[in-house]
Design a protein around this ligand. Sequence first.
Ligand code: C5P
Length: 243
Amino acid sequence: TTRRKKIYEGKAKILYEGPEPGTLIQYFKDDATAFNAQKKAILEGKGVINNRISEYIMTRLNGIGVQNHFIRRLNLREQLIKEVEIVPLEVVVRNIAAGSIATRLGLTEGQPLPRSIIEFYYKDDKLGDPMVTEEHITAFNWAATQEIDDMMAMALRVNDYLSGLFAGVGITLVDFKVEFGRVYEGDFSRVILADEISPDSCRLWDTVTNEKLDKDRFRRDLGNVIESYTEVARRLGIMKEMP
Ligand code: C5P
C-alpha cells in the first residue's frame, strides 16, 4: 500500500520501516492461517479488528506497567511500534485445558487447570514450533535466565489483568500466546511485550454459553469468525460500528 521498505512479512502481519529510527510500522493483514499454514483463508476485515483489539489491550497493559512495543495506531490497519529484537519463543499461558495441552495430556477441553501453566515454544515454522523447556532456551542461548524470569512474570501479569478485563465483559480467557522482544539501552537490554494480542492469539469463550469467540472458529470450521471477533471488540467497548 505504500513505498515504505518492507522489513518482514509474516502470516498475518507485515513490518515496514518506521518514520524514525527505532520504530517500525506493523500492518495487520486479513490472512488467516492455522496448523502451521496448512490451512489458509482471507477473512475480510480481520486485520482491521485485530489492529484495534491489540491497540486497546496493549494500551491498557502499558497503563498497568507492562511495557510493550505499541506506540500508537496510525490508521485502520497499521500501528507504529518500537523496533525490538524478537526473542524466538512463543510464551503460552493456560488457565483451562484446550487445544494442544488437551491433546498432549489427554485432558478434557474446558477442564480448569490446577493453576495457570506457562509453556515455551521455539519459533520455527519448519519444525512446527516445538515445545521447549528452560534447559533448551538457555543451552541454545535463545534467552538468558533473567529474561526467562522476566517473561514469565510479565506473562502472568498479562494473564491476571486480561482474565479480569475479559471476565468483566462476560468472556473467559482460556489461554493465550505472547511474544517478547529486546530493547537496548546502552550496555543493558530488557524484554518488552511485542507482536499482537487479539482473538488470533487467545482462546476466548463466552462465560455463559462457552461459545468460542476466537481463532478456533477458523481452525475448526465453526463459521462466523469475523462476527465473533467483532463481538469481542464490541464487548470491550471498541469498534462501535464496523468499518
Ligand atoms: O494450539 P495451542 O493449544 O498450543 O495454543 C495455545 C494458545 O496459543 C491459543 O490461544 C492459540 O491461539 C495461541 N497460539 C498462537 N500462535 C501459535 C500457537 C498458539 O497464537 N503459533
